[in-house]
Structure formats: structure tokens, C-alpha cells
Design a binder for this molecule. Structure first.
Ligand SMILES: Cc1cc2nc3c(=O)[nH]c(=O)nc-3n(C[C@H](O)[C@H](O)[C@H](O)COP(=O)(O)O)c2cc1C
Length: 436
């Protein structure tokens, strides 16, 4: 019998939690403790990893200024995920901790050193979500006039990953000898300069940190374009992707798996996780009522449009809400734009906004009781061919109640069906991902 278990991870950012609803949290998230508590709940539920998303700007695309993003706390304020990754690592012992760093923002040496340090602090559970950034305003925070075109960003990222891998390998596994008799901490013959000279980056090396438990962190990536998929297929241990209907998900997974095989990798070493926004409640009616309350709130449409504006650099306030969208492209998150726009569906912008987070009607409607949603997730995964899901909540505004609904409601329902692990069996994140 084949194992029908799939992997489950969580997508969040270090931003305000659900602060303005009757059952919101009320406290401040900035000391990180709310998110450490969340990570502990995910670990009790045997998630593979918590994924800390990141971007590096205050978006002023929607309506031409930052009013909407700041009013709704959409993608901003967003604090640095790396110290939070250290806190979460210290507060957990099995859960993988993946944090986002942009190849545009970090000098490769700093990224390799930070990743290596976090892989040590977490005991081999750290992952790097490799992004190239997608917004002009982020590029402008790093002295550029605008974001380089996608092709060039990936050309730079190829070279960047090559360089950091050489740094990760610059210490042989047995370089630290701690020979008390001879008084030698590390054997210098096992630590090597890399003398990297590329088109974009140069670095002497070696790294000045001890080789980390996983050798290199787990690599996570979210390539959507053909170039991005190629990059992900060559490098990633786990790929995170938008869930574009069962056929779209299957086609995406098949495509990155065949690209990986063509690059000489075992496709089973890559776990493709699809982003979903489940809504569970005691009854199906209550779950649909919750969804309805969300999308019919007066604030919802502006939030949905401003949030898609921040990741596409397209001002969605300029379009008629009750007409179809014109065909659009972006140098930013094209995949998120395509999923949002449902090209050719004939839907109005208002309808598209109401379906921003899965919604109704959607081919993969994950709204119901824990049991009905778990059942549907199992069916979808079987049709897609495997790997798993990345759970999030609309606008990433998470509450303790939402976390409990997933970890204490949905996860046990998945476990009862044999769809999810009930205990960790591995130590490192890479081994946890390769467990099945
Ligand atoms: C689930 C998911 C999470 C992502 N997280 C981030 C992120 O944290 N930071 C970021 O700058 N981009 C993020 N992206 C954008 C991707 O890195 C990538 O640029 C996007 O999927 C478009 O693919 P492309 O670069 O091949 O066009 C994410 C995309 C997806 C689908």
C-alpha cells in the first residue's frame, strides 16, 4: 500500500496578528512571543515547517500612496524574520523554521553566515526561502532605481546560490577537531578559501562559521515563471506554490518534477506545497457564514485589492470594480496575479476580490467541518499526485482561535484518515521532508 500521508507547513509573516476583531489577540506581536506560541502549537500538530515570509518595503502602489497598506496593516509593519527564526528555534525542538531572505538584499557572505548560525541554533532545522524580490520600492531601498528584470534576477540568483553553496562547503565536516593534547581547535587544512569570481559577485571565503548540522540549510523557493521553475527545480528541497485548481496544481508539480529529473535530481527530493486558506467550524453552515462575514465586511474589498497591489506593483484602485480586468503582466509576482485574475473567467474585479483567498465558488473549496475539509484535502492531494499543503489565513492576520481550529480541529481529522504524521521521526528539517 502506498503511503497517502502528505506534508503540512504554515505560511506567515512577522506582521500584526488579528488585532481588530472581537476574538483578536489584543497584545503586541513585536516581542515575538505570540509567534513562538504559534510555532509550539504547530509542533504539537507535527507540521514540517513554519515559513516566515518577507518583503522589504512600505508599499505605496494602491491608490498612489501608503494609506491603504498602513491603515489595514497589509504587509507592513513587517519586522525582520531572522531574529524571530532564532526565537522560534529556541522555543521548539522538531519543527522546521524557514525564513525568507532576498538575493537582492543580503551580501552572499552575510546570508551564508546567518543561515549557518541559525542552522546551528535550531539543531539542523533551518531553511532559507530564496527570493529575488518583486517590487521597485524594495529595490529602491537598496540603492537601485528599479527592480532588475526577472531573467536577470534569476541569473544573479543562480550565481548567488552557487557562491553560498561553496561557502557552506568551505568547512569540511571534520574540520573541528578539538584536540586537547595538541591544543588544536580546528584543522586549517580542512577549511578552504573559495576565491569566487562571478559576473555579479566576488567572495574570498572561507566562511567563518563551523559547518552547520545540515551542511547547508534546506532551500525553499516559489518559482512561478518558466525561469523561476527551472531555478526551483535545480535548487529547492521544497517548493511553495499557489493552488490553481487541481489540474493546474498537477501540471505545476509534474513540470517541476520533470525539470528536476532533467537536471539530474531525484524529483522525490522536492516537496511541492500548495498554499491554501481553509476555514473550519463546528458545522458547514457556520464555516460558510464565517466566510461570508469576511468577504462582506466593508473593509474586505479594499484590503483584498491593496494586498494584491503590494505583490504585483499594479494599482488595482484604478479599475472598475464591476467590470472585467484588462489583461495584465508584472515584473513582480506573476503567479499570484494569474491566480487572482482567473483570466478568461469573465468575472468582475469585485468577484475576483471575493475569491482572493480560495473562497466560494472555488474548485478547491476548503470550507466546512474539520472532517469535510480533511476529506477534500485528501482527494485533492491524491489527484495532484502528492507532497502537501502550506496553510495560511487571509491577509496573514492570524489569531489564537484560528491556530487552534487548524491544529486542534483540522490536523486531528487529517491524522484520523492517515493523511498526516502523528509524531516526528527525524531530527533535521531535510530528513523530515524526506521522511515520506
Ligand atoms: C507561497 C508563496 C510565497 C512567497 N513568498 C515570498 C516572500 O516571502 N518574499 C518575496 O519577495 N516573494 C515571495 N514569493 C514570490 C516568489 O518568490 C516568486 O517571485 C513568485 O512566485 C513569482 O515567480 P517568478 O519569480 O518565477 O516569476 C512567494 C510566492 C509564493 C507563491
Amino acid at each position: 500500500m502506498t503511503d497517502k500521508k502528505f506534508h503540512l507547513s504554515w505560511f506567515m509573516n512577522f506582521s500584526p496578528d488579528e488585532w481588530d476583531t472581537p476574538l483578536g489577540n489584543g497584545g503586541s506581536p513585536w516581542d515575538g512571543q505570540f509567534y513562538v506560541d504559534m510555532a509550539k502549537a504547530l509542533e504539537r500538530a507535527c507540521f514540517d515547517y513554519i515559513m516566515l515570509e518577507d518583503t522589504l518595503m512600505v508599499s505605496d502602489i494602491y491608490g498612489g500612496d501608503a494609506a491603504a497598506t498602513l491603515k489595514h496593516a497589509l504587509q507592513v509593519p513587517k519586522h525582520d524574520p531572522m531574529p524571530l527564526a532564532a526565537l522560534i528555534s529556541a522555543g521548539t525542538s522538531k519543527l522546521g523554521v524557514v525564513a525568507t531572505m532576498s538575493t537582492m538584499a543580503y551580501p552572499p557572505f552575510m546570508l551564508a553566515r546567518l543561515s549557518s548560525t541559525l542552522d546551528h541554533i535550531s539543531g539542523g532545522r533551518f531553511g532559507w526561502n530564496i527570493v529575488t524580490s518583486g517590487e521597485d520600492s524594495a529595490a529602491q531601498n537598496f540603492g537601485m532605481e528599479k527592480l532588475p528584470p526577472r531573467e536577470q534576477r534569476y541569473e544573479m540568483a543562480d550565481e548567488y546560490v552557487d557562491l553560498v553553496c561553496k561557502l557552506f562547503d568551505s568547512w569540511e565536516p571534520d574540520a573541528v577537531v578539538k584536540d586537547r593534547e595538541r591544543g588544536i581547535y580546528a584543522d586549517h587544512t580542512k577549511i578552504h578559501p573559495i576565491n569566487f569570481k562571478g559576473k555579479y559577485f566576488r567572495c574570498r571565503g572561507p566562511l567563518n562559521t563551523v559547518r552547520s548540522p545540515q551542511g547547508r540549510p534546506v532551500f525553499v523557493q516559489a518559482g512561478g515563471s518558466p525561469r523561476g521553475r527551472e531555478f526551483a527545480a535545480r535548487n529547492a528541497d521544497s517548493i511553495i506554490a499557489t493552488a490553481n485548481g487541481v489540474a493546474g496544481m498537477k501540471a505545476y508539480r509534474d513540470d517541476v518534477r520533470s525539470r528536476a529529473a532533467a537536471a539530474g535530481r531525484n524529483p522525490d527530493d522536492i516537496k511541492v506545497l500548495f498554499l491554501i486558506y481553509p476555514i473550519v467550524a463546528e458545522t458547514k453552515e457556520e464555516a460558510y457564514a464565517k466566510h461570508h462575514r469576511m468577504v462582506s465586511s466593508p473593509r474586505y474589498i479594499e484590503r483584498a485589492l491593496a494586498s494584491i497591489s503590494t505583490v504585483t506593483d499594479i494599482d488595482f484602485s484604478q479599475f472598475d470594480l464591476d467590470a472585467e480586468l484588462p489583461k495584465l503582466t508584472t515584473n513582480g509576482e506573476q503567479g499570484s496575479l494569474d491566480k487572482f485574475a482567473q483570466w478568461g473567467s469573465g468575472k468582475t474585479l469585485r468577484q475576483l476580490a471575493s475569491e482572493r483567498f480560495g473562497g466560494v465558488p472555488a474548485e478547491i473549496e476548503l470550507i466546512g467541518t474539520p472532517d469535510t475539509v480533511a476529506e477534500r484535502m485528501g482527494e485533492v492531494m491524491e489527484a495532484v499526485g502528492g507532497d502537501g499543503f502550506l496553510i495560511s489565513c487571509p491577509f496573514q492576520r492570524v489569531s489564537r482561535r484560528f491556530i487552534a481550529e487548524i491544529t486542534e480541529g483540522l490536523v486531528p481529522a487529517l491524522q484520523r484518515r492517515g493523511l498526516m504524521r502523528t509524531a516526528y521521526t527525524q531530527t533535521t528539517l531535510r530528513d523530515t521532508l524526506r521522511e515520506f
